[in-house]
Design a protein around this ligand. Structure first.
Ligand code: HEM
Length: 229
């Protein structure tokens, strides 16, 4: 236990925590993107595919677990992962600033990698987006015609607005960049490096980020275009 605490205090320990919490968040984002593709499926027996899926997420595990048991467990794990990810990011930023002599301040602003700057700002944009997103589709305060449980209807009503589509587009662009740099840094942090495969790391990270971007934005774009109603 003391070894874990000691490791945590090091830069490497914090980077590992960032990587591990990042994998949890990435896993969620990927599954969420796949789930949202239910918007592309036709309704069956008078039920929208998306609503059936949302109902499944609420009831999965019942009666072994209470109603919404798995859902609350997932919420708890996600919240913890976001907390660990953000706290490690803030601490790593502080450590790297403290480690740099003041005289390098000007040079730093030039040499500080484009990646790490976009990671910090991208992370802040994503946090703001998540707050808006929960108020929009989960609690409904940021949705003008929200009906609890009517996910398909809430979704279509929202993305008929080009403004809402624009907000989601910007957030997904930020997510795409964040995932691209995140997946790549993940390989670095965990030392997954091999001279024969290293040239594949960037295209692999870019491919993943692009799949998530296109997967998330295709259903809203089809709603905006009037194809999904
Ligand atoms: C175009 C992009 C996205 C769309 C259209 C979208 C849509 C939705 C919808 C409709 C729900 C409600 C599902 C339900 O009530 O069963 C939801 C839930 C959720 N979304 Fe998204 N989402 C998007 C991107 C994201 C991203 C990028 C994140 C996180 C980084 C995210 C995080 C969440 C979370 C945490 C919930 C669950 C809230 C809860 O029940 O506790 N979403 N999303």
């Amino acid at each position: 236990m003391r070894r874990v605490a000691t490791l945590y205090r090091t830069t490497v320990g914090k980077k590992v925590l960032m990587a591990v919490s990042g994998v949890v968040l990435f896993g969620f984002v990927f599954v969420h993107m796949l789930g949202n593709l239910k918007m592309l499926f036709p309704a069956a027996d008078g039920h929208y595919a998306m609503d059936v899926y949302a109902e499944f997420l609420r009831e999965v595990g019942y009666p072994l677990l209470p109603h919404e048991g798995v859902l609350w467990l997932a919420r708890f794990v996600l919240l913890a992962a976001v907390g660990v990810h953000v706290v490690s990011a803030v601490q790593l930023t502080r450590l790297s600033r403290a480690a740099r002599p003041a005289g390098y301040a000007k040079e730093e602003s030039l040499s500080l990698s484009y990646a790490s700057r976009t990671m910090r700002w991208g992370g802040v944009i994503l946090l703001l987006f998540i707050v808006y997103h929960l108020l929009h589709f989960t609690t409904g305060q940021a949705h003008s015609t929200f009906v609890a449980g009517a996910v398909h209807q809430n979704y279509v009503a929202a993305f008929r607005s080009p403004l809402v589509f624009g907000v989601y587009f910007v957030a997904q662009a930020a997510l795409c960049l964040h995932l691209y740099h995140g997946v790549w840094s993940f390989f670095q942090t965990l030392g997954l490096s091999h001279p024969r495969y290293n040239h594949l790391r960037r295209p692999f990270a870019a491919g993943f980020a692009l799949v998530v971007f296109v997967g998330f934005l295709t259903p809203p774009a089809l709603v905006l275009a009037g194809v999904i109603s």
